[in-house]
Design a protein around this ligand. Structure first.
Ligand SMILES: Nc1ncnc2c1ncn2[C@@H]1O[C@H](COP(=O)(O)OP(=O)(O)OP(=O)(O)O)[C@@H](O)[C@H]1O
Ligand SMILES: [Mg+2]
Length: 585
C-alpha cells in the first residue's frame, strides 16, 4: 500500500484525465448493470407474457447500449494508456536524473547490469501494470459493486448467500498475492543478475575468447537463467491458481443458489424472470471477480518492481552539497590537505592515511608511488567524488565542502587513468566540458594534444563517431582525445592521472611539452608511473600504502635514496642495447 501511495504524486498531473477515465468506467459498469437488469422485463414480458412490443424495444436497446459502451470503453482505455505511459516516462527520466545526482560510491558498490535491470525491466513491468491495472481494477470493482446492488434489488436473501463468497475470495487474493509478490520480487532480482552476466560477456568478449572462457560464462549465465525460471514458475503457479480457485468458490455459491432458487420456483414463490435476472447478474459479476484475481498478480509484480525502482530513488548521494554553497573561485593561497584519511565503503584498510599536502597556485605537484598506493584516490578526493573520512581539504582556508560541487568541477580538468569516450563525434567528445567551443578551438586543442594528425585520417575527420558504435581507437589515441578534452576546458586546476601512460616516447614528449605550456598559471596535480615525466614538477610526493613517505624535487628525492630513488632506478635499469636491430621505417 505504501508503495502504491508513492506512485500517487506521479498521477497527480493527470488527475483530470483520471477522473474522466473513471467516469467513463463508471458508465461502463452502469451499462453492464443495466443490460442484465433488462433481462428481467425481457424474459417476463417476451417469453412469459408474449409481448411483441417488448421484443422490438429489446432489439433497439441492445445495440444502442453496446454502442455507447464501446465508445466509453475506448475513451477509458485511451486515457489510461496515456496516463500509464506518461507516468513511466516521468519515472524513467527521474531515475536517469537521480542516477546522475548519486555519488561514485553508488556506482562502484553495484553492478551496472543490476542498475540497468531496474531502469529497463522493472520499469517495463511497472509500465504494463500501470497501463491496464488501474483501468481494470476500477472497472471490475465498480462492476461488482453495481451488480451487488442489482442482486440486492432483485432478491436480497439470495444476495446475502452470494455475499458469503466474498471473505473467502479476499483470503485467496491476500494469500496468493503475498506469494506472488515474493516470487515476483526474487525473480526481478535474478533478472538483475542476468543483465549483469550479459553485460559482462558483451564488454569482456575479447578476454572470454582469449581465455576460452565461453563455457564458463555460459554455465554461469545458465545458472541464473534457470533460477529465474524456477522463481517465475512460483509466481506463475500462484497466478494460475487464483482464477480457477475463484471459479470453484463461485460454483459452490451457484449450487446453493440453484438449489434454493429452484425450490422457490417450484413452490411458485418466485417468477422465472426474477430467478434468471438474478443468475444473470451473478454470472455477470463472475467475470470481473475472476479478473480481479488475475489482476492481483499484475498488481503484485508491479509493486515489487515499483519497490525496486523506489529503492534507487531513495538512495542519497554520499557527497552532499551544503545549503547556500559558495561559488568556487581560482585558489589564491592554494589547496591544502590536512590529515586527510579515507577508506572506501566496505573496505577494512585505509586507502589514504594522514595525508598532509600543500599546493600553491601555479605549482605543479606530482604524485609518484607503486600501484595501489592511493594516488588516484587522492585525485578523486580533490574532485569531491568522495569526502575524506577524517581531516580536511582546504581551498584558501575554506573547506572544500563549502563550495558548490558544480562550480568546483567547472574549475578542474581531469584526464582519467582509463580513457572514457562517449558515443559521439571526436568534436563532441573533446567539447564535453565546453559545449559552446568553436570548431577552431576544438581543432587547436586536438593539435596541442598531438591528436590532429590521426584525427584527420579518420573517415570523417573530427566528425567521425567514436565509442561503441563508432570507430575504435588505440589506447594512445584515446588518451590524446582525453587530453584534448582537458586542454579545451582550460581549467585553473589540472588533474592528470597517468595521462600519457599509453603514449609512445615521441608522442609523450610532444604532449608533455603541450601540457607544460598549459601549466602556466595553473595548479597542476600530476600522477605518473613513468617518473621521467615528473622531472619538471615543482614538488614530488612519493606515496606508499596510502601514506606520503617523502617529498621534494626530482633531484632532492634522488639524493634521498628512498622510495622515489628506488622506483626511478628500477625504471632506468634497462640499458640500451646497441646490437638491437631496428628495421628501417
Ligand atoms: N572503488 C574502489 N572501491 C574500493 N576500493 C578501492 C576502489 N578504488 C581503489 N580502491 C583501493 O584503494 C587503494 C588505492 O587505490 P588507487 O586506485 O588510489 O591506487 P593508485 O595509486 O592509483 O594505483 P595505480 O597506480 O595502480 O593506479 C587500493 O588498495 C585499491 O584496492
Ligand atoms: Mg591510479
Amino acid at each position: 500500500m505504501n508503495i502504491a501511495s508513492r506512485l500517487l504524486p506521479y498521477l497527480k498531473p493527470y488527475r483530470l484525465r483520471f477522473v474522466q477515465a473513471s467516469i467513463a468506467m463508471l458508465c461502463v459498469a452502469g451499462l453492464n448493470g443495466i443490460s442484465v437488469w433488462l433481462l428481467k422485463p425481457v424474459v417476463d414480458y417476451v417469453f412469459v407474457h408474449r409481448d411483441p412490443q417488448m421484443l422490438y424495444l429489446a432489439v433497439l436497446l441492445i445495440p444502442g447500449i453496446f454502442l455507447i459502451k464501446m465508445l466509453l470503453a475506448y475513451t477509458q482505455a485511451y486515457l489510461m494508456s496515456f496516463i500509464g505511459q506518461r507516468i513511466t516516462q516521468e519515472l524513467r527520466e527521474t531515475l536517469f536524473r537521480h542516477l546522475h545526482d548519486l555519488s561514485m560510491d553508488f556506482f562502484w558498490g553495484r553492478r551496472s547490469g543490476e542498475i540497468l535491470a531496474r531502469v529497463t525491466n522493472d520499469l517495463n513491468t511497472l509500465q504494463s501494470g500501470l497501463h491496464f491495472t488501474p483501468l481494470y481494477l476500477i472497472r471490475d470493482t465498480m462492476t461488482v459493486v453495481v451488480l451487488l446492488f442489482v442482486l440486492f434489488a432483485i432478491h436480497w436473501k439470495f444476495a446475502m448467500i452470494a455475499m458469503t463468497a466474498l471473505p473467502l475470495a479476499a483470503v485467496v487474493l491476500v494469500v496468493l498475492g503475498k506469494k506472488m509478490r515474493e516470487s515476483g520480487s526474487k525473480s526481478q532480482e535474478i533478472m538483475g543478475e542476468i543483465y549483469h552476466r550479459f553485460q559482462e560477456s558483451l564488454q569482456g568478449m575479447i578476454v572470454v575468447k582469449a581465455f576460452n572462457y565461453e563455457e564458463g560464462a555460459i554455465r554461469k549465465f545458465n545458472q541464473e537463467s534457470s533460477s529465474f525460471f524456477f522463481q517465475m514458475m512460483r509466481y506463475l503457479r500462484a497466478t494460475a491458481l487464483s482464477g480457477p480457485l475463484m471459479e470453484f468458490l463461485g460454483s459452490l455459491v451457484l449450487t446453493t443458489l440453484v438449489f434454493y432458487g429452484g425450490k422457490e420456483i417450484i413452490q411458485e414463490q418466485m417468477t422465472p424472470g426474477t430467478f434468471f435476472a438474478f443468475l444473470g447478474s451473478f454470472f455477470a459479476a463472475y467475470d470481473p471477480i475472476k479478473n480481479l484475481a488475475r489482476l492481483n498478480s499484475t498488481v503484485q509484480i508491479s509493486l515489487a518492481s515499483a519497490e525496486r525502482i523506489f529503492q534507487v530513488l531513495d538512495e542519497k548521494p554520499a557527497v552532499q552539497e551544503r545549503t547556500g554553497p559558495l561559488p568556487f573561485k581560482n585558489p589564491r593561497q592554494g589547496i591544502q590537505l590536512k590529515n586527510v584519511c579515507f577508506r572506501y565503503p566496505g573496505r577494512e584498510s585505509w586507502a589514504l592515511k594522514n595525508i598532509n599536502l600543500q599546493m600553491s597556485p601555479g605549482e605543479v605537484v606530482a604524485i609518484a608511488g607503486p600501484s595501489g598506493s592511493g594516488k588516484t584516490t587522492l585525485a578523486h578526493l580533490l574532485l569531491r567524488l568522495f569526502d575524506p573520512a577524517q581531516g580536511q581539504i582546504l581551498v584558501d582556508d575554506m573547506d572544500l565542502r563549502e563550495f558548490s560541487i558544480k562550480s568546483l568541477r567547472d574549475h578542474i580538468g581531469l584526464v582519467t587513468q582509463d580513457t572514457i569516450l562517449f558515443n559521439d563525434s571526436v568534436v563532441g567528445n573533446v567539447a564535453l566540458g565546453k559545449p559552446e567551443a568553436s570548431q577552431e578551438e576544438v581543432l587547436n586543442a586536438l593539435r596541442a594534444a598531438d591528436a590532429a594528425s590521426f584525427v584527420q585520417q579518420l573517415p570523417a575527420g573530427p566528425h567521425t563517431l567514436l565509442g561503441d558504435r563508432g570507430i575504435r581507437l588505440s589506447g594512445g589515441q584515446r588518451q590524446r582525445i582525453a587530453i584534448a578534452r582537458a586542454i579545451l576546458k582550460n581549467p585553473s586546476i589540472h588533474i592528470l592521472d597517468e595521462a600519457t601512460s599509453n603514449l609512445d616516447t615521441a608522442s609523450e614528449r610532444s604532449v608533455q611539452q603541450a601540457l607544460e605550456k598549459l601549466y602556466q598559471g595553473r595548479t597542476v596535480f600530476v600522477i605518473a608511473h613513468r617518473l621521467s615525466t615528473l622531472q619538471n614538477a615543482d614538488r614530488i610526493f612519493a606515496m606508499h600504502l596510502g601514506e606520503i613517505v617523502e617529498s621534494g624535487t626530482h633531484a632532492e628525492l634522488l639524493a634521498k635514496k628512498g622510495l622515489y630513488a628506488m622506483l626511478y632506478q628500477l625504471q632506468q635499469l634497462e640499458p640500451y642495447d646497441p646490437k638491437i636491430l631496428v628495421p628501417d621505417a
